[in-house]
Structures are given as structure tokens and as C-alpha cells.
Design a protein around this ligand. Structure first.
Ligand SMILES: Cc1cc2nc3c(=O)[nH]c(=O)nc-3n(C[C@H](O)[C@H](O)[C@H](O)COP(=O)(O)OP(=O)(O)OC[C@H]3O[C@@H](n4cnc5c(N)ncnc54)[C@H](O)[C@@H]3O)c2cc1C
Length: 441
């Protein structure tokens, strides 16, 4: 923690994963940090209204887990103490990808499984324990207020439930973490800063999830995953979560949406490229209804490309980039952005913070965004700007995935990329190219 602060009060709009991570960082630099969320925040780790995606599988990638650990040492232990499950994916995950099963191998990273509400609950407990942070639920931020010169944000207007009006709260710094629906882009346009350039990739994905009772874990089959090989559009995972439960999520690409009725759910599972998930759930006891979620498109807002932007305001989490969830990147990217914010404040203080942060964050967002967008264009129905060389890269990746059926080194290399520990470029190292070219077919 810093001895002298950069400012008096910082405000975070949105108290979900990105907002809570931001609050932890701001607590180092400001005397007081106020987090406002419009939702009612439940006492227990259960799904909440404003975060409907919280009912579906959420994977915290290794790079994200390490970012959480650096901000909250012992975070993994918190999740495990609350019933989360950890294992080496090389041994515990039975993974059908590229038309076959990956070879089993011991890796140097872990998979940490819990529900999305549990990750958020563990995070909120840690942030709530920071002396200069106050989290206030049930209060929506309605507006951002700039200085008369319009060069920076100086306050927010927050709902006041007592008066039924809004209250102005002055702030030396504001983080917008209102999720994908954040109103910052439309506020900027209305306030005369111009349109935010954005990239959109339409994937038309659907999720269907059901919870089952768990009695025991076979550590060689702690989790099962089936990935589609285009033109097949159906994926699924079964993972252990807290409360001795299995979470089963079916995912359909390009409008091939999984159904919400029990017979349809089972039939969809039976139609996957590998039988494991259908065979597993056939014998399990369901303990929830089936819930569904639709995700139309990945959306990246390019704040770093705006010629005018008010200082002392930054945007984080899904509000800046909402990734196709099938790659499980959003929470990890938010954690990387929290480190970007910390580095910006540490090195440059409050000097052109917004500009410097967006530049830095753009670099850390590039890694997950390029993995997701590249993968999205495996499917012919995907719409959007396809980066140059994507088809060639996907043919190479398809071959590499076939190589993973027998080559441990390829499993390690690919695992590091999807866990955001290395960029996709690492898969072009000569030793990996050679092994990939040797792969059958
Ligand atoms: C189906 C699905 C599956 C996913 N799976 C994964 C996964 O496996 N791994 C992963 O890392 N990510 C995954 N994600 C993404 C992940 O859910 C998000 O990246 C993560 O929740 C971080 O979001 P956030 O904090 O930016 O926003 P959100 O979680 O959307 O929260 C926004 C918050 O802002 C509040 N808010 C909104 N408006 C206001 C206002 N005016 N005033 C005050 N508060 C406001 C809301 O109440 C809410 O609490 C998935 C997403 C989906 C849709």
C-alpha cells in the first residue's frame, strides 16, 4: 500500500468481477473508494439478477488465477475452502478436440472450478475487508459529470433511495465497470466526444446449463469437455463445483441453440462428437431446472482509438470487451486490466491516466481477443471483420489439435495459449511447427 495517496475519493460504477478488482487497485491510490452497484447483492454465493450469465459454467484461466493471486494472495485457497475444486487439466480433464481425445500428460498449471457466484463472493469478501473500500448495493449510477472544461470527469450522479432522486458524488477518479450494457459509449456520443470505434463478431451462441448431484470424483475424469470441429457446432462440458455438484453446460454455435427441456437436453448431449458427457449425465441426479442464455456477438470497444476522451475516467471488464464466452476469458481479462490500471497509476499517477490506461489495456486485450476471434471464424456463419491470415491459422490449429491426440508437447503449448499464459504466436515456435507438421492428416 502507498504511503501518500494520489487523490481523495475514487468511485467504481458496478460491483461485479471487474468493479471489485478495480476497487482493490484503487484502494492503494485513493483515500476512499466507493463501489456502487444497482443490483441487490445477496449475502450468499448465489446467482443474482444483473448477472444472468452467472448460472453457466465459468472457468478462471491460469493467467487470470495468477492475476487474482497477485492482488489477493491466497485467493485460490479461499475458493477451495468454500468448496471449489482444483486439478491438473492434463490428468483430470478428458478432452475431445480436433476429432479425438488429447493425450494425458502432467502439466505445470491447474484448473480451478467453482460457480461464477462463488468466484464473485470470494472476491467481494476480500474487497469488503479493505478498510478504505465501501460497497453499496441497490444504487444505480445515472450520469457522469465533467468539469466545465469537459476535459475530465469530476463526479457521478447516483440514485438516492431515500429521496427518490439522485445525489451528486464528487470523485477524483471514476471506473466504469457496468458490464456489456455500460452506458459510457452512448454518454460519450451525447456529450460530444464522438462515437466509440468498435469491433463486433457475430457468433450467435446459445448455452443451456443444468446442475446434478455429485457423490465422488474420479480424478482421471474430474471434468469432461467436447469441442466441435466445424462444421459441427455443438460443444459441452461437465465440471465439478462447490456444494458437491456437477455443472453441465451445452453450447451451440451459429444459432444451433441447445434446448431447455430435459429430453431435448439429453438428446443434444447424445448428438455431441463424443459420447462421454451423455453417458455421464444419464446416470446422474438432476437438482436444478435447465437455464439458457444467448450471446449474439463478441464486442470490443476501442476507447484507445478515440481522439477525445475525458480524463480521470476508465472503462473496464465487459464494458470494454465482451468476449465470446466459449473461451472463458472475461474474468481473466478483467484481472489483467486491473493490473494494467495499477501499473498506469503507479508509473504515471494521474497524468493522462485514461489515455495511458486504454493503450496498455488494448495490448492485454489483444491476446484473448485474437484467440477468440480466430476461433470464431472456424464457423462459416460467423460475421464480422476477419483478420488477415485467419483461415490459414485455423487450418494449422486444426492440425495441431490432431497432433495433441498423441503429442504431449502440443498439449502443453496449446494449453498455455488457451490459459492466456502465452500468445498464439508461441504456437509458431519452430519445435511446435515441426511437431504439428508431423501430426497425421
Ligand atoms: C454464458 C457466459 C459464460 C461465461 N463464461 C465465462 C468463463 O468461463 N470464464 C470467464 O472468465 N468469463 C466468462 N464469461 C464472462 C464473465 O461473465 C464476465 O467477463 C465477468 O462477469 C466480468 O464482468 P463485469 O464485472 O465486467 O460485468 P458484469 O458481471 O456484467 O457486471 C456488471 C455490474 O454492473 C452493475 N451495473 C450495471 N449498470 C449499473 C449502474 N447504472 N449503476 C451501478 N451498477 C450498475 C450490474 O448490477 C453488475 O453487477 C461468461 C459470460 C457469459 C455470458
Amino acid at each position: 500500500m502507498m504511503d501518500s495517496k494520489l487523490g481523495g475519493r475514487a468511485v467504481v460504477v458496478g460491483g461485479s468481477i471487474a468493479g471489485l478488482l478495480a476497487a482493490r487497485v484503487l484502494a492503494e491510490f485513493f483515500t476512499r473508494v466507493d463501489v456502487f452497484d444497482r443490483d441487490d447483492i445477496p449475502e450468499l454465493p448465489v446467482p443474482r439478477r444483473a448477472v444472468p450469465q452467472g448460472r453457466h459454467i465459468h472457468f478462471l484461466q491460469e493467467a487470470g488465477r495468477k492475476c487474482f493471486e497477485r492482488l489477493f494472495p491466497g485467493f485460490t485457497d479461499d475458493v477451495l475452502a468454500a468448496g471449489g475444486v482444483e486439478f491438473d487439466p492434463g490428468r483430470g480433464l478428458v478432452w475431445h478436440i480436433g476429432g479425438g481425445y488429447t493425450r494425458k500428460t502432467t502439466t505445470d498449471y491447474r484448473m480451478l472450478w467453482a460457480t461464477r457466484p462463488m468466484f464473485e463472493w470470494c472476491l467481494r469478501r476480500r474487497v469488503g475487508a479493505i478498510g478504505n473500500v465501501t460497497i453499496t448495493p441497490g444504487r444505480a449510477v445515472q450520469d457522469l459529470i465533467t468539469a466545465p472544461s469537459a476535459d475530465r470527469v469530476v463526479a457521478v450522479e447516483v440514485d438516492d433511495p431515500e429521496t427518490g432522486r439522485t445525489t451528486r458524488i464528487d470523485a477524483d477518479f471514476v471506473v466504469d465497470a457496468r458490464g456489456r450494457g455500460s452506458a459510457v459509449a452512448s454518454w460519450l456520443a451525447k456529450a460530444g466526444y464522438g462515437q466509440v470505434p468498435s469491433d463486433e463478431v457475430k457468433v450467435n451462441i446459445g448455452y443451456a446449463t443444468r446442475i446434478y448431484r455429485r457423490t465422488a470424483i474420479d480424478w482421471e475424469r474430474a471434468s469432461l469437455g467436447v469441442q466441435p470441429t466445424a462444421p459441427d457446432t455443438r460443444a459441452a462440458m461437465i465440471v465439478p463445483v462447490e456444494g458437491d455438484r456437477w455443472m453441465v453446460t451445452l453450447t451451440g454455435w451459429s444459432g444451433d441453440l441447445p434446448p431447455s427441456d430435459p429430453d431435448g437436453f439429453l438428446a443434444y448431449a447424445k448428438s455431441l462428437a463424443a459420447p462421454d458427457i451423455f453417458e455421464a449425465i444419464q446416470d446422474l441426479e438432476p437438482i436444478s431446472d435447465i437455464v439458457t442464455h444467448r450471446f449474439p456477438a463478441g464486442l470490443r470497444r476501442r476507447y484507445e482509438r478515440m481522439s477525445r476522451f475525458p480524463d480521470r475516467l476508465v472503462v473496464m471488464g465487459d464494458a470494454i470487451t465482451s468476449y465470446n464466452p466459449a473461451y472463458g476469458q472475461g474474468m481473466s481479462s478483467a484481472a489483467m486490466q486491473a493490473h494494467d490500471l495499477r501499473d498506469t497509476l503507479l508509473h504515471s499517477g494521474l497524468d493522462r491516466t485514461a489515455q495511458r490506461f486504454f493503450k496498455r489495456a488494448a495490448r492485454s486485450i489483444d491476446i484473448p481477443w485474437s484467440v477468440a476471434v480466430g476461433g470464431d471464424f472456424r464457423f462459416p456463419a460467423t460475421e464480422g471483420r476477419k483478420p488477415f491470415g485467419t483461415d490459414l491459422a485455423n487450418r494449422y490449429l486444426a492440425r495441431l489439435q490432431r497432433g495433441m491426440h498423441h503429442d504431449e508437447k502440443l498439449v502443453h503449448a496449446f494449453g498455455r495459449v488457451i490459459n492466456l499464459e502465452r500468445s498464439s504466436a508461441s504456437l509458431l515456435a519452430p519445435s511446435i511447427v515441426l511437431r504439428t507438421l508431423r501430426a497425421a492428416g
